[in-house]
Design a protein around this ligand. Sequence first.
Ligand code: HEC
Length: 182
Amino acid sequence: MGSFNNGKVLLAYALGVITPFAVLAVVGWFGLLPVNSNVKPPDWETAFAHHAFNAAVARNAPRLTDPIAPTDANLMAGVKLFKGDCAGCHGTPASAADNESQPSLYPSPPQFALHHPDKPDYQLFWIAQHGVRYSGMFVFGGAWKKKDGSDPSDQKIWTVVTFLKHLDSLPPDVDAEWRKSN
Ligand code: HEC
């Protein structure tokens, strides 16, 4: 290192750091970045995004306790909420395979009928409450707020989460509702 002049080392370092961003900016400017949604993201992109997402959720989601008991009535309310507000993207047993083979959002929404969510309930709650950036996942916190100022949104989100955490053990009537194709 003795013969290097510090200025040159710094310049080389700065160019090394700046060049990838400059290339990205130019590529984006001239319309060379893909923007269509009807494809699956490459594996490296999925691996990176999922890691970043999972780590951020683990860091941000408070460890709340699910207030909704998994009674028949609550699970039935959960499946109905899911079919009304989530299944258009996350599918049902009837639509999941088609949704997965023909992506229509980028990233493609996970099909919970095929892949039961493995995150803890308080993390699922936080995700649905806050939405997911750079994806089609809505913010459901406050989504059901009423004109009189009352807001059952959190309770509804917990009700859907309770349903999602019991996909392995649904009572028969709830399971029948889940599989009914409508
Ligand atoms: C308009 C489409 C759309 C709707 C409607 C929608 N989601 Fe999503 N959801 C997405 C997308 C896209 C992702 C992000 C996928 C990713 O990160 O790879 C996502 C991610 C999630 C995740 C994170 C899954 C994981 O990776 O661990 C949860 C949980 C979730 N949604 C729950 C819900 C619930 C509950 C509802 C209904 C109240 C809902 N979503 C409605 C599109 C949707």
